[in-house]
Design a protein around this ligand. Sequence first.
Ligand SMILES: CC(=O)SCCNC(=O)CCNC(=O)[C@H](O)C(C)(C)COP(=O)(O)OP(=O)(O)OC[C@H]1O[C@@H](n2cnc3c(N)ncnc32)[C@H](O)[C@@H]1OP(=O)(O)O
Length: 220
Amino acid sequence: MAELDRVILWGCAGHAKVLAEIISLRGGKVVALFDNAEVESVLHDIPVYKGEAGFRQWIYSQEVLHGVMGLAAIGGARGRDRLGIHALFRNYGIEIPVLAHPSAVISDSAKVGCGTQILALANVAADTTIGEACILNHRASVDHECVIGNGVHLAPGSTLCGCVRLGDNVFVGAGAIILPRLSIGEDAIVGAGAVVTRDVPAGVVVSGNPARPMRKNVRA
Ligand SMILES: CC(=O)SCCNC(=O)CCNC(=O)[C@H](O)C(C)(C)COP(=O)(O)OP(=O)(O)OC[C@H]1O[C@@H](n2cnc3c(N)ncnc32)[C@H](O)[C@@H]1OP(=O)(O)O
């Protein structure tokens, strides 16, 4: 696990509070927050800066940037936004760590991309590959040999059975179950509580048990 002495978070809402707790449990500290909107800080005593101008202002006020770690604290079906924040961080040499809650169970054989956040009680089984900027929310379960793209969000309590494949920026709603060996195309959304029994094409929103298409994902 990377040194987390100086962590910055982009996104100043509930997810930032969750990440800040994990960072603290890991012995680290959030030193600045950034948000596109003019918002109050959600973390006591931690300043919030607005947009890229505020980000640059903070960057140029630092004597050294070495050791600063950055994470995108943006939940929901917003994987593209998280990846965009990563690109901005990289432009300034900010490192992007993997962050895992101490109670998460992660197989030694799993590969996890940078900036991916694995929250309390989540489970990542053997030979799983997880991309960059993903969120595995509380109690999400990723079983053996799953392959997950970049910018994916698995909402609380969702379950991927073995050998499931998720494209980039897929969002799986709370408590949804995806049966073994299925593929979910990029930018698809699986509704809360759905049971997915067939492959889902890219950019489609499905819900229900068994899951059926509802509409197109307009953000795709
Ligand atoms: C820590 C965190 O909170 S992480 C975030 C976790 N969040 C989630 O899991 C939310 C996941 N999102 C959903 O399930 C959403 O409801 C979606 C994406 C499936 C659909 O959203 P929308 O397209 O906005 O659907 P909308 O709310 O307009 O509902 C349309 C219809 O579908 C139904 N519906 C909505 N969601 C679901 C669902 N998950 N399962 C079954 N039916 C649903 C509604 O009841 C409504 O039915 P009606 O037309 O008969 O009244």
